[in-house]
Design a protein around this ligand. Structure first.
Ligand code: PEP
Ligand code: MG
Length: 753
């Protein structure tokens, strides 16, 4: 059964479009469960009906024409209850409803299972038997397993507005779910970017000049044949003849009609050579993968290898000339900073990446450039998206492919609201960050790179509250040395002097991996990250601290912050090393001074030891991104659980209250530097809680200032009294959103967490 499942899923995954995918599903299901009829109904959310979308056993002309209301018949029961329905004699069920247009003979045996993804019902898979039949438990389990896996495959194949069309913004169902990467809404056309020599990542692309594509392809094939002959020659000295036969087998595959001929045929049908090659190779790999004989299954990897070789030759011959649409949304498995740079700035509307998170390099660049980005869209059918219309909602992390007119209209409205909002926000430029009742809340910036360009927020911010030093580390090919780090930090300190700049010591590990320092762990977020790595590598830590201290000579605006502290001994050890670096530099005659030293509160254990920590540091900064993840046990980069990740959760708010109360008793200031500090609704909460300062990305700077200038601390405190009574995070966000809307700041509410 497992084998059958695997084969069906594989076949569905390589289907060119949704209709083919559904067709495969019903055919295979009918065969494997030996039933008279197998049918898939998909939900049309716009019409609130199930549409018969594929069938094997009913009249084909029923496809697309038979519609069932949500509460109609047994299909309605399955969808509504979100559980399987297994009936030996369906007509006895009170909700049985016979539909004659499908060419159905009345049936008796019925088994329906819902197709659900991320909690949303996408449709219903139904098998029927003319005679009475109680489906066996294993058959039911088989269909349930299949449907669970199909949900992803269906989304893949059909990432189209057709299934996921929407009715109203509140009821919007995203076709694909990712993570917010950089705020804003992008509407444009997809240009797929792909890494070299990665056949699976190649998109389909229409071509006009078929002949030159064919010529290019055959030349690449010839080059691979030459290579293989040369390898065989070279290896003949060391390999026995039997093994050398492998090269002959590979050459044979390139001689015949199959690989080459089929690819040429696909080019003739309009796909460009790399896309046609990808299709052919996938087709052949599928055949071999499905073979029972393990030796033959292994041949699939030879075919993949041939595909990669041909592709490499084609790519090295093909000049990179990206087709940029007027509004281009870059889409890829893993987009690099270089690929971002290849698109003319004025054409770049947004970014959608199948991997990564808001702390990925490309997302950080997008934030700096003010371009919306959605990251970590694990179900992104990259290869099929070239040239498609797309909406990327960088606030929520949603992606709509081929959206319906209604969705487009809604997002176009949001976009225009956004530009009105930025117009409105311009009014706070030059104003102080002070509440109507006179409380000043200093606003700092989170930065990863400081460019020479002075932005508005850079000019107005009270300094840097969080400089993520791992970003410059990420851009190197090895650990940067002391002099190199000195140059980087000096630039940042100079750009803001005399305002303070908080340099956070290296915080790699978790999802932030240095390419030259790979660490493989099963649970990276609970593993070797942040201060733990620094303390285990004092040579790296001391170099960094020395560079920081030296960079501040003469400016004296440095503040050092330690990430991921979970216990006091880490703090003692780190501070000891800072003093060691300080002493060494003083001995070397450098005019360094002891900077303020602070720590991040981002691990729950630190929340409960503020008193002990407060004796050792000058200030605290709450890293709500990690604190939320660790308190709620929700991976901050996992789109599947993104709906559970909410910093306005009562538990997170209570933890922040505890930190503030304890730290203030001991006279230590507390800032917040996680994404919460840039989210207007959360800023209202933090204001009421009595936070001393906030640190955020430049893109959120003016909206936060607007909130501070619009609400008094007393009002924020009163709101908190209501908030403490609420048990559900959603209700808390709703309450704050309502208040922002009443205050005429409705445009700000979308920037949710
Ligand atoms: C945080 O965890 O809130 C934080 C600011 O640090 P980072 O996002 O870099 O982990
Ligand atoms: Mg953190």
């Amino acid at each position: 059964m497992l084998d059958t499942l695997r084969r069906i899923i594989q076949e569905v995954n390589t289907a060119p479009d949704l209709d083919h995918a559904l067709d495969i599903i019903v055919r295979r299901v009918r065969e494997s469960v030996a039933v008279d009829v197998a049918t898939v109904y998909l939900l049309d959310t716009e019409q609130q009906q199930y549409v018969l979308s594929a069938t094997e056993g009913l009249r084909k002309d029923a496809i697309g024409n038979v519609r069932i209301d949500l509460d109609e018949g047994l299909v309605g029961v399955v969808g509504r209850r979100e559980e399987p329905l297994n009936l030996e004699d369906a007509p006895l069920h009170p909700r049985y409803h016979f539909i004659s247009e499908t060419g159905e003979a009345p049936y008796h045996g019925f088994l329906g299972v819902p197709i659900i993804q991320y909690g949303n019902v996408l449709g219903v898979l139904v098998v029927r038997q003319r005679d009475k039949r109680k489906f066996a438990e294993e058959e039911e389990a088989f269909l349930v397993t299949l449907a669970a896996q199909l949900a992803g495959a269906i989304t893949h194949a059909g990432a189209s507005g057709r299934i996921f069309a929407v009715v109203s913004p509140e009821r919007m169902t995203a076709s694909l779910i990712g993570l917010p990467g950089s705020p804003g809404v992008a509407i444009g056309r997809v240009m797929v970017v792909y890494p070299p020599a990665n056949l699976e990542a190649i998109p389909d692309r229409l071509v006009d000049d078929v002949d030159s594509e064919i010529a290019e392809f055959t030349e690449a094939v010839k080059a691979v044949q030459d290579d293989l002959r040369a390898y065989a020659n070279r290896m003949s000295a060391v390999l026995p003849a039997q093994e050398l036969a492998l090269f002959d087998a590979l050459l044979l595959m390139l001689d015949g009609d199959s690989l080459v001929g089929e690819t040429i045929e696909r080019i003739r049908q309009g796909n460009w050579a790399p896309g046609a090659l990808r299709e052919t190779i996938a087709q052949h790999v599928k055949v071999f993968d499905a073979m029972a004989d393990s030796y033959l299954r292994e041949r699939a990897s030879d075919i993949r290898d041939l595909g990669r070789r041909i592709l490499t030759h084609m790519q090295s011959d093909r000049p990179v000339t990206p087709v940029a649409y007027q509004k281009t949304v870059l889409v890829g498995e893993d987009i690099s900073a270089g690929q971002l740079a290849e698109i003319p700035q004025e054409n770049l509307a947004g970014i959608v990446s199948a991997s990564g998170s808001s702390s990925s390099h490309v997302a950080i660049l997008a934030q700096a450039m003010g371009i919306p980005a959605v990251m970590g869209v694990s179900d992104l059918p990259v290869g099929r998206l070239e040239g498609q219309k797309i909406i990327a909602d960088g606030y929520r992390g949603d992606v709509y492919v081929n959206p319906s007119a209604l969705v487009l209209e809604e997002f176009a409205r949001l976009q225009s609201e956004e530009s009105q909002l930025s117009e409105m926000l311009r009014h706070v430029a030059g104003e102080d960050s002070v509440t109507p009742d006179g409380v000043t809340v200093p606003l700092y910036l989170n930065v990863g790179l400081v460019s020479g360009v002075e932005t508005e927020a850079q000019a107005e911010g009270d300094g840097v509250g969080l400089y993520r030093t791992e970003i410059p580390f990420l851009m190197q090919e090895h650990f940067p040395g002391e002099e190199e780090q000195l140059r980087i930090y000096r630039k940042a300190l100079e750009a803001f002097a005399p305002r303070p700049v908080t340099l956070r010591t290296l915080d790699v590990g978790g999802d932030k991996m240095l390419p030259y320092f790979p660490v493989h762990e099963d649970n990276p977020f609970l593993g070797w990250r942040g201060i733990r790595i620094s303390l285990d590598h004092p040579e790296i830590f001391l170099t960094q601290i020395r560079a920081m201290l030296r960079a501040s000579v003469g400016l004296d605006n440095l503040t050092i912050m330690l990430p991921m502290i979970s216990t006091v001994s880490e703090l003692d050890h780190a501070i000891l090393l800072i003093y060691q670096a300080l002493d060494e530099l003083l001995e070397e005659g450098e005019a360094v001074v002891r900077p303020p030293i602070g720590m991040m509160i981002e691990v729950p254990s630190a929340v409960y030891q503020i008193d002990a920590m407060a004796k050792r540091v000058d200030f605290f900064s709450i890293g709500t991104n990690d604190l939320t993840q660790y308190l709620l046990a929700v991976d901050r980069n996992n789109a599947r659980v993104a709906s559970l990740y909410e910093s306005l959760h009562p538990a997170v708010l209570r933890a922040i209250r505890q930190v503030l109360d304890e730290a203030h008793k001991l006279g230590k200031p507390v800032s917040v530097c996680g994404e919460m500090a840039g989210d207007p609704a959360s800023v209202l909460a933090l204001l009421g809680l009595g936070v001393d300062s906030l640190s955020m990305n430049a893109s959120n700077f003016s909206r936060v200032k607007w909130v501070i200038r619009s609400f008094s601390r007393d009002e924020a405190r009163e709101l908190l009294e209501q908030v403490w009574l609420l048990e559900d995070p959603g209700a808390i966000r709703e309450l704050y959103n309502g208040v922002l809307e009443q205050g005429g700041l409705g445009g700000l509410v979308r920037a949710g967490n």
